[in-house]
Design a protein around this ligand. Sequence first.
Ligand code: SF4
Length: 319
Amino acid sequence: MVVVVDTVSATPLRPRHPEKVNRPDALSPPKPDWIRVRAPNTRGYADTHKIVKENGLVTVCEEAGCPNIGECWDKKHATFMIMRDTCTRACAFCNVKTGMPGALDALEPEHVAEATFKLGLAHIVITSVDRDDLPDGGAEHFAKTIRAIRARCPTTTIEILTPDFLRKDGALEIVAAAKPDVFNHNLETVPSRYLSVRPGARYFHSIRLLQRVKEIDPTIFTKSGIMVGLGEERHEVLQVMDDLRSADVDFLTIGQYLQPTRKHHAVMRYVPPDEFQGYEKVAYTKGFLMVSASPLTRSSHHAGDDFAKLQAARAAKSR
Ligand code: SF4
C-alpha cells in the first residue's frame, strides 16, 4: 500500500494528498486471489525504468501505483504523464499527488518523443494531471507533445488520455486538431458516485467532451473507462454504456478499483471475473468496437494490441 506521507520527494514530509490527511481511515476488504500481479524485477522493467529516469519523465504507472507495472514495463510499455506530477483536482480514488503544480517544462514534448523513440514503441499512451491553473488546461502542451512524437517517431500511433478541460473553452479543439489516433477520456465511475469519487468533475460534461471529439474528427477513435467496486449498481454501469454509445464512443474499458491508501475511497466490493465477462458481452451488444473488462484492466493496459484490434474492428464494420 502506498504511504500518505511522501518521504522521498524534494520537500520531505509533505503529504502526497494534504486534503486527505485528516480523513478517517477507510477500510477495504482483503484482496481476493484473482487480483495477482507480476513483481517488477525483470530486465525489461529495469531498462524501461532507466529510459524514463534518464529523460526526466513522470509516468502514471508509478504515480498511480498501477498494479500492472511489472508486466507493462517488462514489455517497455510505459504511460507518460505530462505537465508535472501534481494534480489540481483531488479525486477520492487517485494516488497522483495533489496541490499546485509547477510551471510547464517547455522541453517536455521533445523528451517524451525521445523516450518513445528509445523504447521503440509502436503505440504510445500519453496522459496528464489536471491543470485547472492553466488558461487552456494544458491543451497546447498536449498538442505540442503529439506533434513532437509525430516528428521523431512518424510510424508510432498516439493515444492520449486527457483531463476533462472543464471551463476551458476551445481547449478540446486545440488537442483534437493535433490528430491523436485515440482520444481517451475516462468517466471513472457512474454518475451517482461522482460527488464522492470525482467531485470536481461533471458526468455530462465528460460525455459531451467525448461526443465533441467525434463531431470534430470522426476518424479519431474515442475511448473511455470506468472502475467498478466503488458502490455502483449493475444497472448504472449499463446506463453508462448507453450514454457512451450515444456519444459514439468506440472503446470501453472496465477495471476493478483498488484503494491506493486508507485515506482514499474504500473498495466497496471486489467484482468477480465472471461479472466482468458479463459486462464485456453486454457492451459488445450495445455496439462498442472494442471492450476490455477484467479486474486488472486499465486504460493503457495492452493499449498497443488493443489499438490494432480497434482498427481491424472498424475496417470489418465498414466492409
Ligand atoms: S496499465 Fe497503463 S498505467 Fe498501468 S503499468 Fe501498464 S501502461 Fe502503466
